[in-house]
Design a protein around this ligand. Sequence first.
Ligand SMILES: Cc1ncc(C[n+]2csc(CCOP(=O)(O)OP(=O)(O)O)c2C)c(N)n1
Ligand SMILES: [Mg+2]
Length: 358
Amino acid sequence: MPSATTSPSKKNAATALPVDTRRRWLRDMLLIREFEVRTMQAYQNRKIGGFCHVYIGQEAVAVGCTAAVEHKDPIITAYRDHGHALARGMEPKYCMAEMYGRIGGCAKGKGGSMHMFDKRNNMFGGHGIVGAQTALGAGLAFATKYQDEVIDEKQNTRVTLCFLGDGALNQGIFHESMNLAGLLDLPVIYIVENNGYSMGTSISRGTTMGHEITAKAAGYGMDSAVIDGMDVLNVYEGMKPLVDRCRETSRPCFVDMRTYRFKGHSMSDPRKYRTKDEEKKYESDDPIDKLANAMISDNELSQEDYDAMVKEVRKEVRDAMKWSENSPEPDVSELYKDVYVDEWGPFTGTSLPEMLKD
Ligand SMILES: Cc1ncc(C[n+]2csc(CCOP(=O)(O)OP(=O)(O)O)c2C)c(N)n1
Ligand SMILES: [Mg+2]
């Protein structure tokens, strides 16, 4: 019978990791935060157009989850995707230029904020249709399992992390994907970034059983876990055993990752559907402050080191913005390129298993 595990205690494997690892996670979260703050400003200054959703408040999820897998393991997510791309190692300039609609962007400026894609870092998007990535996540897991176990005859397969919002729980495609993943033993972990809202609809208004969403996994014969997503150490510690087990058994699993988005759903959202008190409560649980304060009080990081880190990421993001400004807009001839797979140079005549290999 599938079981729901609860949040692990804080002072375990993650705190036993080298200080440098935790410093890197802190820096990664700071970079995402700074990137998103500057994204909001650039949007207001009309440097960025189209739909845009920032990840402020949820940084510990992308950083802790990507730390729990290997670089070869595919990740895929929805449209609130800048944090996942950066956590996976995309250089900020490619992410920023994509939003600026410039040729230097990761999708040549043709995808925008919702379509961060980075094959080299095994980041398979950025998807704007709510729930669409859950079927693609199952497909990635099917392909990697086939390639790793059938073609390469390796014992351990890659594990796919498929992130989704709580709003996607009510999409038909999510249930079809869960069914197939359970039925075919696909090595995929569905991570619901449960920030409590789907645009302006709270989870209790839009989802049967409200916050008891792990019950849905039980219906598909999957193990599940509830993890506190506001603490990067907790995220890592909660995810690591699930990833190890998924790699070993090729059984999918499901995570209810409790988190909160500090800003609105998109760039224009007066947030009338929630109270200021609620926002304040979560803001006082800031994942960046939490790790920074813990490391400073444990003498693992000095205040000067922290200030220098903040300065460094500010410069990195400023440089990314400058670089994006200087990157040209795509030529009109780009309009018909990359529309079909057979026109996409590197993928021509390549089967999916081969494609996943390089
Ligand atoms: C199939 C589909 N229906 C509706 C929308 C419009 N829409 C965009 S975002 C969103 C809310 C999704 O919320 P959630 O999955 O919780 O993600 P979050 O924004 O909280 O990260 C909706 C309904 C869409 N993009 N796709
Ligand atoms: Mg949500």
